[in-house]
Design a binder for this molecule. Structure first.
Ligand code: SAM
Length: 162
């Protein structure tokens, strides 16, 4: 992704409102092997490197029962993202609306990954499947949605670029 103030052909930014309209409480931090955006995968892989999710001690009781799940949805705050692009040009040279992409650049830079839960030791979850920088703030954890959502066909063209 282009750095702040840089634009690719066709990209457009807006001046967003001050981002103070919702207050999130980060519940921990994510530890990964990636120190720069460039080296971080665009999407996590379930056979990717082991990462750790550190939960703040306050929230430890909230982990009760999570160990029963093989897959967990992780929500995180892509804290180093710019937040003003409405049109973006991914590396393929096309131009798309931000909401038609999984780019980290979005008004509220929330990332989600389905991860494989390898184990829980105290306040540390060992997982595979993440794609965020070391130190990324953690927003939430949820059991694999497939266990709770209505099932249905996902169209073949439902993939979106990031
Ligand atoms: N899997 C998530 C999703 O689909 O919502 C995130 C996908 S996003 C394309 C992943 C990319 O975001 C990484 O390749 C990296 O360039 C960037 N990124 C990762 N951690 C970040 C952070 N803490 N702040 C800003 N950008 C980050």
């Amino acid at each position: 992704m282009a750095s702040e103030q840089e634009f690719r052909a066709g990209e457009r930014a807006v001046t967003p409102p001050e981002p103070n309209d919702a207050a999130l409480t980060f519940i921990g931090r994510i530890r990964t092997p990636w120190m720069s955006k460039k080296e971080t995968p665009r999407q996590g892989r379930l056979d990717g490197p082991e990462c750790q999710i550190e939960i703040l001690p306050l929230w430890l009781p909230a982990l009760q029962g999570l160990e029963a799940y093989e897959f967990v949805e992780v929500l995180y705050w892509l804290h180093l993202s710019r937040r003003d692009l409405v049109l973006q040009s991914p590396k393929d040279g096309t131009v798309r609306g931000t909401f038609a992409m999984r780019s980290p650049v979005r008004p509220n830079p929330i990332g989600t990954s389905k991860v494989r839960l390898l184990g829980i030791e105290g306040n540390i979850l060992r997982v595979q499947g993440l794609d965020c920088l070391d130190g990324t703030p953690l927003i939430d954890l949820k059991p694999d949605r497939c266990r709770f959502s209505p099932l249905g066909d996902v169209p073949d063209n439902a993939q979106s670029p990031d």
